[in-house]
Design a protein around this ligand. Structure first.
Ligand SMILES: [Zn+2]
Length: 109
């Protein structure tokens, strides 16, 4: 499953950073356009974290609101989907400015 492999990548990344130390908290930043189902990620994370330094960590997910600029009228808005039309001029096609983030923000030991 997609979200499980993301969890496993995050765990590996954290292990590489902290070594043998026990992690108590992790903060992720995820945008609505990152292609990640946050509820699945939260559900699957404990499986990926099991028997690692991350297993008792509290996972916090900061959701990033999407932001895009219309290619036609330059209006900046918050699309919910890839193919949303511009609310100003109803044109399709925008440049995504924010919302595709999938970042590890902090790890506390
Ligand atoms: Zn527009």
């Amino acid at each position: 499953m997609h979200e499980l492999s993301i969890c496993q990548r995050i765990v590996k990344l954290i292990e590489a950073q902290v070594g043998e130390r026990t992690v108590v908290g992790i903060t992720l930043q995820i945008g609505g356009f990152a292609g990640v189902e946050i509820s699945s990620l939260e559900y699957l994370f404990p499986f990926a974290a099991k028997n690692t330094v991350v297993q008792d960590a509290i996972l916090t997910i900061n959701h990033v609101t999407s932001k895009a600029r219309c290619n036609d009228c330059q209006h900046v808005f918050s699309p919910q989907r890839r193919y949303d039309a511009c609310p100003e001029c109803e044109a399709y096609g925008f440049e995504l400015l924010a919302g595709d983030e999938l970042n590890l923000i902090s790890v506390s030991c």
